[in-house]
Design a protein around this ligand. Sequence first.
Ligand SMILES: Cc1cc2nc3c(=O)[nH]c(=O)nc-3n(C[C@H](O)[C@H](O)[C@H](O)COP(=O)(O)O)c2cc1C
Length: 189
Amino acid sequence: MQDFLSVLKSRRTVRSYTAEPVREQDLQELIDLAVLAPTGMGAQPWAFTVVTSSEVMRQLNAIVLGVLRSPHMQPFLASEGMQEWVSRPNADIFYGAPALIGISGNAQAPSTAIDCQLAAENLFLAAHAKGLGTCYMGFLVMTAESPQIQTCLRIPEGHRLLAAAVVGHPALPPDGPPKRNPARIEWVR
Ligand SMILES: Cc1cc2nc3c(=O)[nH]c(=O)nc-3n(C[C@H](O)[C@H](O)[C@H](O)COP(=O)(O)O)c2cc1C
């Protein structure tokens, strides 16, 4: 296994997966590592949904695309390229991945949204360390108020889907290290 800093430096979003399933014990381990993230006041306000049913993923894809294609969503799609991608008949927001993990937060917790994103980042890094690929599912989170999605994902009462990721075996060699703009830093010495 790579050392931690190499994992951090080489993680990339993966948008192409093999059909090989991810073992349930690996998915369980990712969640066990995700919940090690810090939480405001130690609230641990999350509930996880793990979907490995290709039929449910197909249904979710259709529901999300249906919402994204509606006129009121067009301003939220960042670019014309994105609008065109969403309108493709074979668009797959899950990129063929065999598993989806949703992270829902208890709306009563003081920092539920932050807590769930921190858990998601743990999950991304843990998956990469294990040789698995991930992609954040922003489209699913954007449309998660849809009652159909809440039912499909079995979101518990009082919770909201706040983060989600597909997990799978990457079909292509990883992209190179992430390119980032230099961070703006004010050194106050
Ligand atoms: C909040 C959030 C939402 C995202 N939603 C999507 C998405 O819906 N589909 C997708 O393909 N990538 C999505 N991404 C992945 C980003 O496009 C990706 O992280 C970014 O381009 C940087 O690339 P890297 O992860 O390879 O460093 C999302 C990332 C974040 C943080």
